[in-house]
Design a protein around this ligand. Structure first.
Ligand SMILES: C[S@@+](CC[C@H](N)C(=O)[O-])C[C@H]1O[C@@H](n2cnc3c(N)ncnc32)[C@H](O)[C@@H]1O
Ligand code: SF4
Ligand code: SF4
Length: 446
């Protein structure tokens, strides 16, 4: 499969978004490197480049770069904050046939919420940019970085995207940054499961395509993203090949551990070979860790695992209360078993750190309406989230036990007593079921 190629045109930016993970600086990719990328893309049959930044439209030779790509028949996806779209649209429109998609970042369903993350006036600029795309028939999508500030607006954001006519909404979970940690605005690991459940629910309602990017917990062995299946190549504004766009120029990271090759010293084909070798080595080491039991539960969140491996989040040591920081310590072998236990609780939504997961009590959420179905389990409806949920007969039995409130151990004991089942298996299934109920807001800590 030909790889997708991502290019960070510049690390300059006209905004200063609260959540941004890119260290802002005045690096612009040399046009000579763009030419090399274009001819290499053609030689490997890659048809589309993803242009990002910083703010890619701020590259001083942006029109020339687009012209170079299009002259050689390449398409492009442009990831932009939309701020200066009214100035650059004519350049883009000239190459309309080569636009795969313009992806506007939208970090809130309301002006207030989006501008709080991105600065005053940013929301109106996105709406203006969208109106231009609609008028000129330029295909566009939206990208939302989910933070504690907008996590409750997901439904409104999807609705807004559908109304605007976006062809896709990509939903990316916040990657930790020092600024967000200082503001106490990091996502909690359990939020990742919630976002997945919410996106799944919304996808059943809306026809707009909702894409979850990498970063959410994965339990399968398949590679979680194009970079890790060897089908992605990313070139930074400093003319280097990075292991992944999410790791390049990572704020607070202060290292080049993600850099695979410097294009001032190596040709692009050679750099690409190095990248594939680096991916192989990374995947091998990861499988080994998983097999020998040194995976923490948060290691199942692939981008988080990468951030740790490439030493981008060492600064989290200063935020010892954060579950991410505890996980970092676990990976270094500090207090590992205790931290692993706490992490398991983190993904399951255990907010009460004073109690161990074994003694923690769960009970039914008071806003859930239950309808017993004749011989078919029961139907649940949470009046707040409006999320329907079906329980089969066994799940209904557990649900009933949760009415007065009980611990995992009490639930597990009741199930051994009633059914003839394997003890370990019952513990595992019960944990997964409680996580699912918790992520859907159907149970609360008693
Ligand atoms: C780095 S920006 C570059 C393109 C352009 N400046 C923009 O904002 O769309 C690309 C995407 O990364 C997202 N992003 C930035 N920091 C992030 C973080 N800490 N976690 C997750 N996504 C982040 C942005 O919201 C944006 O959608
Ligand atoms: S998210 Fe995009 S617009 Fe915001 S500061 Fe970062 S690079 Fe700039
Ligand atoms: S940070 Fe790692 S898991 Fe996330 S997209 Fe990049 S390579 Fe994939």
């Amino acid at each position: 499969m030909p790889p997708n190629i991502g290019v960070q045109l510049t690390t300059r930016c006209n905004l200063n978004c609260t959540h941004c993970s890119v260290q802002s600086a005045a690096n612009d990719i040399p046009v000579g490197i763009i030419r090399d990328i274009v001819s290499y893309a053609q030689s490997i049959n890659c048809r589309c480049l993803e242009l990002t930044g910083g703010e890619p439209t701020l590259h001083p030779r942006f029109p020339e770069i687009l012209a170079a790509l299009c002259r050689h028949g390449l398409k492009f996806t442009l990831v932009t904050n939309g701020w200066n779209f009214a100035e650059v649209y004519s350049t883009i429109s000239r190459h309309r046939a080569n636009v795969n998609r313009v992806a506007f970042s939208l970090d809130g369903a309301t002006e207030q919420r989006h501008d709080m993350a991105r600065g005053r006036g940013a929301y109106r600029k996105v709406l203006q940019a969208v109106s231009i795309c609609r008028s000129l028939g330029i295909r566009f999508g939206l990208r939302t970085t989910v933070t504690p500030g907008n996590i409750r607006q997901l439904e409104q954001i999807v609705l807004l995207g559908a109304k605007l006519g976006a062809d896709e909404l990509a939903v990316m979970p916040l990657m930790p940054t020092p600024r967000m940690a200082e503001l106490d605005l990091l996502l909690h690991p359990r939020d990742l499961t919630r976002i997945m459940a919410e996106a799944g629910r919304l996808q059943k309602i809306f026809t707009i395509k909702i894409t979850l990017t990498a970063g959410y917990p994965e339990r399968t062995s398949r590679p979680p993203c194009p970079a890790l299946n060897g089908s992605y190549l990313f070139v930074t504004a400093r003319g280097k090949v990075s292991f992944c766009c999410h790791l390049a120029n990572y704020v607070g990271g202060n290292n080049d551990a993600d850099i695979v090759a410097d294009l001032s010293q190596l040709s692009l084909p050679e750099a690409h070979r190095r990248m594939l070798a680096a991916v192989d080595e990374f995947n091998r080491a990861k499988s080994l860790r998983l097999a020998n039991g040194s995976f923490t539960s948060l290691d199942h969140c692939p981008c988080w695992y990468c951030l740790k491996c490439f030493r981008k989040v060492e600064w989290l040591a200063d935020f010892s209360d954060s579950p991410w920081s505890m996980d970092l310590q676990a990976s270094r072998g500090v207090n590992a078993s205790r931290t692993r236990e706490r992490n398991r609780a983190s993904l399951a939504g255990d907010e009460d750190r004073g109690k161990s997961p074994a003694t923690k009590r769960f009970r039914q959420h008071p806003d859930v309406i239950e309808t017993a179905l004749d011989g078919e389990g029961a139907a649940l409806m949470h009046t707040g989230t409006k999320l329907p949920f079906h329980l089969n007969a066994t799940a209904l039995r557990i649900w009933r036990l949760l009415k007065p409130g009980c611990t995992r151990e009490e639930l597990a004991q009741a199930l051994y007593d009633e059914f003839d089942i394997d003890r370990e298996k019952v513990r595992e299934d019960l944990s997964a079921f409680l996580d699912e109920l918790s992520a859907s807001d159907l149970i609360v800590a008693a």
